[in-house]
Design a protein. Structure first.
Length: 94
């Protein structure tokens, strides 16, 4: 979420599994990168429900995800429809 907020919701976010581990404050070894990969896959496949006092969203958090095999960099796009829940004046827990 932090990466997408930095780059803009609804645009592709590029990172490595190790980069995501670093952003989360996790160790950058195989178990952590495997965990990140499983979490991203689960968020791509499942439906989430987010709401606050003014807005709600039910759908896929991640629109799509992929990996460039030659570089190992992942790319994903968060659903642009949830942007209202993460605006500067909003406070949303996942």
């Amino acid at each position: 979420m932090h990466h997408a907020r930095k780059h803009g919701m609804g645009v592709e976010v590029h990172s490595t599994l190790r980069g995501i581990c670093t952003a989360l404050g996790w160790a950058k070894h195989g178990r952590s990168t495997d965990r990140v990969r499983r979490i991203l896959t689960r968020l791509t496949e499942c439906t989430v429900e987010l709401r606050d006092a003014r807005f709600s969203f039910t759908g896929h958090l991640i629109e799509f995800m992929g990996r460039a095999d030659e570089t190992g960099r992942f790319y994903l796009m968060l659903s642009p429809k949830i942007v209202r829940l993460f605006e500067a004046d909003q406070y949303t827990f996942l």
